[in-house]
Design a protein around this ligand. Structure first.
Ligand code: SF4
Length: 203
């Protein structure tokens, strides 16, 4: 992968792409991008949990809108989701990124994709190399054969993809991929930073 070429593709779309050989360096960059005192929201990302970023945020002098607090009630979670739209910084991952400079996400409730699209002043995305695909066809294939079934298993759902391992485009009441978005660019070139990590992480 020619990283400079990839960076240029995203730069055309006003998304600042930075490369990190390991998650250790990427995590240090996340901490540097977040300033003390800021309000920080976070998406429901396996990547951020797996890599210990959530724990690091809990130890910062920030107003962390922590959606993963043990015992959080549905009402409290909803409040955190709403507050996150006004955060100074929103931290998340995506389900796929293309070599053409596009980002693709699925969502059940819409809180994550809502915040990615508009609201938080800054968005930081941490994305592992396992999510890099050639184009949008491959991105949606990844969503339906990897990301959505893996997320369904993570939440112990009973959707058909849990047993088949691929999307059956179900009408199940627990369907988690109610929404799909493609981010092709940003109006504000300083808003979105994508930290590309040359390690696998998340779905
Ligand atoms: S639409 Fe249904 S079957 Fe397909 S990935 Fe989503 S939850 Fe699974």
């Amino acid at each position: 992968m020619d990283f400079q070429k990839l960076k240029d593709k995203y730069a055309v779309h006003h998304i600042n792409l930075e490369y990190f050989p390991t998650i250790v360096e990427a995590k240090a960059r996340v901490q540097a991008l977040i300033l003390d005192g800021q309000v920080v929201g976070i998406g429901g990302s396996t990547t951020l949990n797996e890599w210990g970023i959530v724990d690091e945020l809990r130890n910062r002098q920030i107003h962390f809108l922590d959606r993963f607090v043990p015992g959080i009630t549905p009402a409290q979670l909803s409040e955190v989701f709403h507050q996150s739209f006004n955060a100074d910084v929103y931290l998340s991952s995506v389900n796929a990124m293309t070599e053409e400079g596009e980002l693709v996400c699925i969502d059940k409730n819409g809180n994550r994709i809502g915040a990615l699209l508009y609201g938080p002043k800054k968005v930081i995305l941490v994305v592992g190399k396992n999510k890099l695909v050639k184009n949008l066809d491959e991105a949606f294939n990844r969503l339906r054969t990897v990301a959505a079934p893996a997320n369904a298993r993570r939440y112990n759902l009973t959707t058909p993809c849990v047993t088949t391992g691929v999307c059956m485009d179900c009408d199940h009441p627990q369907r988690l991929c109610n929404m799909e978005i493609i981010i092709k660019g940003q109006a504000d070139p300083s808003r979105m930073t994508l930290l590309f990590v040359n390690e696998d992480g998340g779905f």
